[in-house]
Design a protein around this ligand. Structure first.
Ligand code: BES
Ligand code: ZN
Length: 630
């Protein structure tokens, strides 16, 4: 990786700066993240940014970038408008990672800057000396081909096989790998951008997109609402657009477009029920972008344009809760934002709660109950394997890489907590509370403590007889799940349990299981709850009866392949290999790599797949799995 050569480049940049008669470059040192001198955890302190927004705060970004597919480099100028908070401070501190800073200018004049040595998790602080009174600064820079927040795909890695593709993924702390900025969720900025691409490609961003824009290789964007840096996103490829409703549409490679529009045709209905219940949708349009399968997440809630894995296009809408989830972030996350990564549960827990509600409103109670049972089981699996300190909603993230602290806790435990609040005060009162909460904190970034204070002032006051501070504290600051938490139950799963038991006890042959009408959730529940004692003959019998090795649904395939690894069912290994080399979504591949790594023979298979897949994997997928194949 080019860290060494980058610091050489930045040294050169400083020399250039010095040559252009600017004051001497500042000494290079590694500054501590703001306020981290204290040993006690400070709520509200962002331990994952070097920036100094409490002194000088970035308010607006103007980006002018050229996309170079040959070199895998974005290059151009980021112009930042800042607000001077402390009048006597002239040093603007930004976050960067592996960026080559060519020059920094104010009013066309070079100003001194220094790029600190790189911290493994946080990258390098960029310190810029602003002349007195200056509040606009332009940084000319280039990204590294290894930028952690950018994936460059060859034509072969796309559906169309004819054009290259590029996408960014900024959450949690990767925006700094493609834009020098204050990369903290408590800094909200508006932005505009000009993106220059090869003429035949289309660029889209987390901003206002014009589906009818001329394909001329120069694309203009504007995001008029202040957003945190982790929501800045760009994708470039051979993209087409199809409308799905008045305010909703989908961008995808042409060959995927119709299937995607069909699969996600309920997006408009989801949007409408959500705003009716929880307050206006504040972002104008809501479009989806379908990415190539290497996208490392299921989805990413980039405002106005969620980024979506193609692995959820199942043909029967069985996996569309992902869309409900990314849409729900338009309220919880994008309108009200976590102030630090410790507070991630405010984004993901609220969103997971809203997702259940949306699924119930659009697809009915039965569907919601099944998804709740599956979510609840997955949470329990996490709790059984995580260390206690990682089971806490308001998790201590100091010194840790947010990418490595990823679990169901902020999602399902956060949502379970809100479900309990709802059950205690009643749905009507809770919905009103949520609507007020989104309104009250709109376009702000808040901490767990601010949420708790708001809860104390509102719901807790109104329902003092039903809620207690101690219980709320237990949910947020203790490991595990409080006793007597809401239970998940689904009648649709009762018959699945019965079928599994009868089959396991030999009373029923697999081919006689009445599974013809089972839906995806029932299959997931059937497979995810197989006992350790399952044997090869039983795996074979299931496969003969239901062709599970060839199942099309990627989630069912995941559950089946997990069983195949655990019980060493070799007939599925071909599919397992194809699965691992064609999908980059970490939630699907990482548990498989982990399970494989537990035996010698498994590790050999994992190694083979990983080496073959690696050139096509996203940097995050490489980082998350390389430890399993060493
Ligand atoms: N915002 C997250 C993805 C994320 C979280 C990226 C933290 C980096 C750091 C997104 O909304 C998400 O939760 N995706 C899930 C969706 C699932 C829970 C429905 C995913 O990708 O699996
Ligand atoms: Zn999410």
């Amino acid at each position: 990786m080019g860290i060494k050569s980058l610091s050489a480049l930045s040294l050169m940049a400083m020399l250039i700066t010095a040559c252009s008669k600017a004051p001497e470059p500042m000494p290079v040192s590694t500054p501590e993240p703001t306020e981290s001198k204290s040993d006690t955890l400070q709520g509200g302190t962002d331990y994952h940014s070097f920036a100094n927004p409490d002194e000088i705060r970035v308010k607006h970004l103007n980006l002018d970038l050229t996309v170079d597919f040959a070199e895998h480099v974005l290059s151009g100028i980021a112009t930042l408008d800042v607000e001077r908070i402390k009048k006597d401070v002239d040093t603007l501190v930004l976050d960067t990672r592996d960026l080559a800073i060519e020059n920094v200018q104010v009013d066309g004049q070079a100003v001194p800057f220094a790029l600190a040595e790189s911290d493994t998790h946080l990258g390098s602080a960029l310190r810029i000396e602003l002349p007195a009174g200056a509040n606009r600064v332009s940084i000319t820079y280039k990204t590294s081909p290894e930028a952690s927040g950018v994936q460059w795909l060859t034509p072969a890695q796309t559906a169309g096989k004819a054009h290259p593709f590029l996408f960014t993924q900024a959450q949690a702390i990767h925006a700094r790998s493609f834009i020098p900025l204050q990369d903290s969720p408590q800094v909200r900025i508006t932005y505009e951008a000009t993106i220059r691409t090869p003429k035949e490609l289309l660029a889209v961003m987390s901003a206002a997109n014009d589906p009818d824009t001329e394909r001329d290789g120069v694309y203009e964007f504007n995001m008029p609402q202040p957003i945190p840096s982790y929501l800045i996103a760009l994708a470039v490829g051979d993209l087409a657009f199809k409308s799905m409703g008045e305010r909703t549409g989908v961008y995808a490679e042409p060959s995927m477009l119709d299937a995607a529009a069909k699969e996600f045709e309920d997006t408009q209905a989801m949007l409408e029920v959500t705003e009716k219940k929880f307050g206006d949708y504040r972002w104008d349009r809501y479009d989806l972008l379908i990415l190539p399968p290497s996208f490392p997440f299921g989805g990413m809630e980039n405002p106005r344009l969620s980024f979506i894995t193609p692995t959820v296009i199942a043909g029967d809408k069985s996996l569309v809760s992902l869309i409900a989830h990314e849409l729900a972030h338009s309220w919880s996350g994008n309108t009200v934002t976590n102030a630090t990564w410790r507070d991630l549960w405010l984004n993901e827990g609220f969103t997971t709660y809203l997702t259940y509600r949306i699924m119930e409103m659009v697809y009915g109670e039965k569907r919601e109950q099944m998804e709740f049972v599956l979510g609840r089981q997955s949470l329990q699996d996490n709790i059984d394997s995580l260390p206690e300190q990682d089971e806490i909603l308001a998790i201590d993230m100091r010194g840790r890489d947010p990418d490595e602290v990823f679990s169901d806790i902020p999602y399902e435990k956060g949502a379970l907590f809100l479900r309990e609040l709802e059950q205690k005060v009643g749905r009507e009162a809770f919905d009103q509370f949520l609507m007020n909460y989104f309104e009250h904190f709109a376009f702000q970034s808040i901490t767990t403590d601010e949420f708790v204070a708001y809860l104390n002032e509102t719901l807790l006051k109104e329902h003092a007889d039903k809620l207690s501070k101690e219980r709320i504290h237990e949910w947020i600051f203790s490991p595990g799940i409080p006793s007597a938490a809401p239970e998940a139950q689904s009648d649709a799963f009762t018959l699945v349990d019965a079928a599994r038991e009868q089959w396991l006890s030999g009373q029923l042959a697999a081919e006689n299981i009445a599974a013809a009408d089972w839906n995806t959730h029932q299959w997931l529940y059937f497979l995810n709850n197989m006992p350790e004692s399952l044997n090869i003959e039983q795996m074979m019998e299931l496969d003969r009866a239901f062709s599970l090795t060839n199942v099309g649904n990627n989630e069912i395939a995941h559950s089946w392949l997990m069983l195949a690894v655990k019980h060493w069912y070799e007939p599925a290994f071909d599919r397992l290999h194809r699965y691992l080399v064609s999908i980059g979504r970490n939630k699907l591949v990482k548990p498989l790599y982990r399970a494989l790594s537990e035996t010698e023979a498994g590790k050999a298979m994992a190694k083979k797949a990983f080496e073959e897949a690696k050139p096509g994997y996203h940097p995050l997928t490489v980082k998350a799995n390389e430890g399993f194949v060493q």
